[in-house]
Design a binder for this molecule. Sequence first.
Ligand SMILES: [Zn+2]
Ligand SMILES: [Zn+2]
Length: 213
Amino acid sequence: MLIDLHAHTTPRSNCSSATLEELVESARSRGLDALCITEHDVRWPEGELEDASRLLKFPLIPGVELSTDVGHVLVFGPLERPLWLGYRFEQLVEEVSRTGTAIVLPHPVRSVAGARAKAAGHVEPSAAVVAGWEHWSLVHAIEAVSTQTVSSEHELTAAALILSPMPSVGASDAHGPGLAGAYATEFSGRVVDVEGLAAEIRAGHVSPVKFHG
Ligand SMILES: [Zn+2]
Ligand SMILES: [Zn+2]
């Protein structure tokens, strides 16, 4: 199964210019089986994403992109604390070790590599440094590719994954029309809901896929 794990809609993520309908149209046109909606620090109200999924006749799976002290973390499954309280990464790891929730590290080197980081004066670390980050191996998977990251970031991430192997995923991180499904994740098992998705990610039954066009 092909699933895009990471996409933002307007107006729930104010950085996105794509409506849910536009994201679904793009994911459908690339032949995806499902799309995860992961707004920043906010979930869709109970039932609303299911209703939209029925209306658009396309599987939509709820997630959230949490801001933590180590950066953004994608979360699939329930959380015990209200989101407005926020999470430290350590707290999140402790909690998901007890629950079935899956956590994925998106754009893992964006703060230290790529054009934006360079402009901010960061010197790109070696792959060994990235592979040695504590949070690298405490998530269930690393987002290896997305539309919000550049090839130098993809290369550094790939090199770090060789030194410290982790399950890896592809995801669009779509913030605009036409981007959903540009990268996706292949699941070897069948996924029909967020519980199943989290279980497959936690089991490492995932691999990244890139679509052309
Ligand atoms: Zn992010
Ligand atoms: Zn994002």
